[in-house]
Structures are given as C-alpha cells and as structure tokens.
Design a protein around this ligand. Structure first.
Ligand SMILES: [Zn+2]
Length: 493
C-alpha cells in the first residue's frame, strides 16, 4: 500500500477558489505542468520562489508514493517584451543588444537557471521541453482552432477570437474577470490594428523581415504566440486533461486564461483539474524590480556580493527561509528575516546531529505517532510548510531535552522520529545537511583574502612571478580577482 492511500490531501484550486480534496485522474499517477522561465536574463529570486514551491509540491507527491510526470518548460521564443502581442521578442531583443545569436542568449541563461536551481537543491523535472522544439505541435493547434472557428487570420498572423469563444465558454473564469468589464476598460483599437477586439490574442504572429526567430507556416513565416507553447507541450506530454497546472500568481491573467481558452477551443474540454498559483516575493516591504534597485540575484546572496545584505547566505538557509511561508502568501525578504532563518536552519541541523547520537532508554516521553500525524496533517492542508516547520521544531525542543537527559525515548520511537524527520527535512522540504553552510563560505573568503594579501606583498616586492601565480591559480579554480581603487576583491564563477 502506498502512503497516499491513507492521506487526505487538500489543494487550493485557483479555479474554484476553494480547497478541494485531491484525486488524480489516474489512480497513483500525477501529471503536473509548471510554466518555466523565459531565458533572456539571470533567473529572478522571485521566480526561484515559485519554482521552489512546486519543487516542494513535487517532492511531497513523490514522498506519498505517487508516480509523477512533472513538466516544466523553457520559453525560448514567442514571449514579447510587453507580455502581450506587441513589442520585440524578449530573447531576440537581448540578442540584438548583446550582438549574440538568440540561441546563445537561450543557452547562457538556461545554464544560469539550472545552475541556481541546482544550488537550491531542486529535483529536475521529468521533462523540460522548449517552445522552439515544439513549433510543429503549435502550428497544428492553430490550424485546429481555425478549423473550429475560434480564430481568424489577418495578414499572416492568426488571432484567437475571444468574443466568439465567450459565447459558448467562459473567458475569465480563472482570474475572475468578465469580458464585458474588460471591453469597457480598454481603449478602442487603432485603425491599423489587425485584431477584431483588443482582448483577442495572437496564436501566430507574422515575422517582419528583421525578425530573426522565424518558422514557415501555412500563413507565411512567423513565430508562435507566447500562450500557445504551454498548451502544446502540456497536451503532448500530459494529455488533453491533466491534474495540476502551476505557475506564479502573475501568470493567471492573461497567460493561463489564454491557455484555458486555447485548450477548450481545440479539445472541447477543460485542460486542468487543479490550478495552483504561488505568490510573490517582496524585499524590504517593496516589490522587487531591477528598475528601482530593489533587486537581488540568487548568486549575489550566496557570494555576499551585494549592497543589501550584511553577509552571504547559503542556498539552504535561503531555501529554509522560503519554506517558512505558505506558498500562497506574499513573502518579504530582509536581512533580519534571513539571519533568523539561518539561525533556525542551524538549530535544526544541530538537533538532527544530536539525535543520531542519542541512546534509547526507558519509556518514551514523546508521542511520536501523534506528532508524525500532525506533520502529515500540515502538508495535507494545501502543503502548509510553515505549520510543518513549527511541528518539526516541537521535535527539536524534545531532542534538546533528550540531550540534557531530562527526557527519554525508546528504540522504536527513536527510529521512527529519525526517519520521519529525515523524510520531511531532506526529502520534502529539500534542505541539505549543514556541510553546505555559510561557515564554509566565510572560511573560503578568509582564505582568498589571505591570498590577496600575499599577492599584494609579492607585487610590492616586485615578485611578479608569485603574484601572477596566485592570480592564475585562483582563476583556474573559478575565483576571479578584480583590482580596483579600493583594493582587490574577488568573485566566484
Ligand atoms: Zn505557461
């Protein structure tokens, strides 16, 4: 018997706005799709939080014994600068500015994305498909939607006819919007616009001569609209209806609303049974944005190279910080919050260490079975990780009393406590043991700064052989020295 058979997991479904008992379409199996990054810049910390929430959810499903097919895509074409149907393709724009091939941009930031996620100890998804790898599937859906009368072609572009769709279906049901209100709140289209209505969205866009990313289609050379790839890839790998679709709250409208419209128009059925949305990350009480400077990259947190935080924080400390909030709540990052989380994370790792050296004795003073049930209850209540962590710290308190000889535990309870803690801390929350902690990065900084000092002495003594050796050897290890007015600093690649 698998664990899931004895658990009643409830999930907050954004479509109904309610917590619903989770029952997958096929017993024991789950299909889950999460909208991945558009790879035109370094991955944002806020996006990391979204993906981490779904990593935890994926982990808990696996822990319960489900067979999960987890699809998280890479958007490498079709996502325009204004998130709608206008402006340049985000990747093509970056390629133009940096004089790179679009696929060089894609490669660079896909590697960055994987690198950061690996540092955070993410499990890889089962499939990570790309938009450019599924152009044929996308063209097929456009043809199908045209055949069914929910789209129209204009000058080589194909647009989804939202008003037509809304006659028989409910456009806006996920985000709680009404088409009438949307129409009332938008300006009239200019005469040059090809759309019948401003709410219509592009399924396929004609490529202007200067557009680099282009593919042949029945309507001429062009590229797919941003919303289409997720419909194409989720259907291909998970079917016309699947269990879970996730993403950031900001994707509810228009992206996910458009996905629903495309799928319902093409397949005549609702594509997703449980829609899940993760909330955003703010910093010091304000929205994170590059333009205002209220922004920090994950890598800058790990190295401590930033002007916002007082020190470097390890990926595990940051992961623990993120897990302390429910995925549907806004989470605010600050120096104090990270310091507190780091402390908590160290206390937890210490307690696990202590537990491994406890000798069982006498009658247990801790009802492990009852405690274990409260951990599952927390997770079964829409993946409530903050409550789970509070329960884990009830055990930490008890472990410290065991250490002091004030409480006892018998052998079978000790084993059960260890196994349960390991499962929740490492398998479900995805934390790693303290070996990867900030102490190590403090030590590394100490060693590199010592070498920087020795290099300066060598240079002052005109011993350039030694000073070059230090720089080159560090470089070979992936540690770059930068000489500036204020002295020499270093960065890790
Ligand atoms: Zn998507």
């Amino acid at each position: 018997m698998e664990l899931y058979q004895s658990q009643n997991l409830k999930i907050h479904n954004s479509l109904s706005g309610k917590k619903e008992l989770f029952k997958p379409l096929n017993e024991g199996r789950i299909g889950m799709y999460v909208c991945g990054p558009t790879v035109y810049s370094n991955v944002h910390l806020g996006n990391c939080r979204t993906f981490m929430s779904f990593d935890m959810i994926f982990r808990y499903f696996k822990h319960l014994g489900y067979k999960v097919r987890y699809v998280r895509n890479i958007t490498d074409a079709g996502h325009l600068v204004d998130d709608g149907d206008d402006g340049e393709d985000k990747i093509a724009k970056k390629a133009r500015l940096e004089q790179l091939e679009p696929m060089e941009v894609v490669q660079r930031y896909t590697i960055d994305f994987h690198n950061i996620l690996q540092k955070f100890n993410f499990l890889p998804p089962s499939i990570e498909p790309t938009a450019t790898g599924h152009i044929i599937e996308q063209i097929e859906i456009v043809k199908d939607i045209l055949d069914k009368g929910y789209a129209y072609e204009k000058n080589g572009s194909v647009y989804f006819d939202v008003a037509k769709f809304n006659e028989t279906n409910d456009y806006g049901k996920l985000s709680g919007r009404k088409l009438e209100d949307m129409i009332a709140n938008t300006r009239q289209l200019t005469a040059q616009n090809e759309k019948k209505n401003p709410q219509d969205f592009a399924l396929w866009k004609r490529a202007e001569p200067q557009h680099i990313m282009r593919w042949p289609s029945p309507w001429g050379d062009g590229f797919p609209g941003w919303h289409l790839e997720c419909t194409a890839m989720s259907t291909k790998y998970l079917g016309e209806t699947f269990d879970i679709h996730g993403g950031g709250m900001d994707l509810k409208f228009p992206h996910h609303e458009c996905e629903i419209a495309q799928a319902e128009a093409s397949y005549g059925q609702s594509p997703v049974r449980y829609w899940m949305h993760a909330n955003m990350l703010t910093m010091n009480g304000k929205k994170m944005a590059k333009s205002t400077g209220n922004n920090i990259l994950p890598g800058e947190i790990f190295t401590g190279e930033n002007s916002i935080l007082s020190k470097a924080f390890s990926p595990s400390a940051v992961r623990f910080f993120m897990m302390q909030a429910h995925y549907t709540s806004i989470l605010d990052l600050s120096n104090d919050a990270l310091l507190a989380s780091e402390k908590g994370y160290h206390r937890l790792m210490e307690a696990l260490d202590i537990l491994s050296s406890i000798v069982p004795k006498g009658v247990s003073d801790f009802d492990v079975q009852a405690w274990k049930k409260t951990c599952y209850d927390a997770m079964n209540d829409d993946f409530n990780t903050p409550i789970l962590i509070a329960k884990i710290f009830d055990a930490v308190k008890f472990i410290n009393l065991l250490k002091d000889g004030e409480k006892w535990i018998n052998a079978s309870d000790l084993k059960e406590l260890q196994n349960t803690l390991n499962a929740f801390v490492f398998d479900v929350l995805g934390l790693v043991d303290k070996s990867d902690n900030a102490d190590d990065s403090d030590k590394l900084s100490g060693v590199v700064n010592l070498l920087i000092e020795l290099r300066k002495e060598a240079r002052d003594n005109k011993d350039f052989e030694t000073s070059d050796k230090i720089r080159n050897q560090l470089d070979a290890l992936g540690i770059q020295l930068k000489d500036g007015k204020e002295g020499t600093t270093f960065s890790l690649s």
